[in-house]
Design a protein around this ligand. Structure first.
Ligand code: ADP
Length: 232
């Protein structure tokens, strides 16, 4: 956690409105990494639809079975499935003071559903658009490795483990996420361009606070400091 950071500064003291921090950006822009850093500073939960969907797949339940093929192919899953997951997650007590949305909304229909959910909670939305060069995205996604046990992310060039292919924390053999294969990466970037990028205009036009943050060049901690300065 950055020095001197308090964990309870997320709500606007006057209105006590919960902050809905929406992390927006293409696959590989670092939404998950930033969400985890911001959780430490803000003390509100990360809500990652990708992580929730992967957990359902891991459990082998009805939701998991429904979405597995789409996720493996890098295609977006149906709006009503993710909308329901987010709605249920927002009802948890830990989200009452605010939350960080990572990977949601991704379509116009999701953005409209989210608007209604936020209005219901009188939450204040701030959108952080992580802007990253295309070549950086490709390098990050193709080099990404994950620990199947603790979930820690590595990158073969920018953040290698101490021993190649082995998790620093628990010694497990690192894996490539199914959807980080090259042909699937192309699908995911395509889905982003066609279905998700247009939401930037949706948010700009709806008068919501939206900040572009360069996430290509700086270290994750520096990007996180920039985000914190923008929202405080
Ligand atoms: P990334 O942003 O790097 O693609 P995620 O973990 O956010 O990784 O998403 C992985 C996959 O999960 C997506 O390709 C898609 O199939 C599914 N997914 C996650 N969030 C959503 C969402 N909000 N709407 C539809 N599909 C989603």
């Amino acid at each position: 956690m950055p020095a001197g950071t308090k964990t309870n500064q997320v709500s606007n003291p006057k209105s006590q409105a919960p902050l809905a921090l929406i992390l927006f950006g293409p696959p590989g822009s670092g939404k998950g990494t930033q969400a985890k850093l911001l959780v430490q500073s803000l003390g509100v939960p990360q809500i990652s639809t990708g992580d929730m969907l992967r957990e359902h797949i891991r459990q082998g339940n009805a939701v998991g079975t429904k979405v597995e093929a789409k996720m493996r192919a890098g295609i977006l899953v149906k709006d009503d499935v993710v909308n329901r997951l987010v709605e249920q997650r927002l009802a948890f007590a830990d989200a009452a003071r605010g939350f960080i949305l990572d990977g949601y909304p991704r379509t116009r229909a999701q953005a409209e559903t989210l608007c209604a959910m936020l209005a219901h909670r009188a939450a204040q939305a701030v959108v952080i658009h992580l802007v990253v060069d295309y070549n950086v995205i490709i390098a990050r996604l193709t080099g990404r490795r994950q620990c199947p046990v603790c979930g820690t992310l590595y990158n073969v060039t920018s953040k290698p483990p101490k021993v190649p292919g082995v998790c620093d924390l628990d010694g497990a053999a690192l894996v490539i996420r199914d959807d980080d294969r090259e042909e699937v990466i192309r699908e995911r970037l395509d889905a982003y361009e066609k279905q998700t990028r247009p939401l930037i205009d949706f948010y700009r036009e709806s008068g919501k606070k939206l900040f572009d943050v360069d996430a290509s060049h700086e270290a994750p901690e520096a990007v996180c400091r920039t985000i914190l300065a923008l929202i405080r």
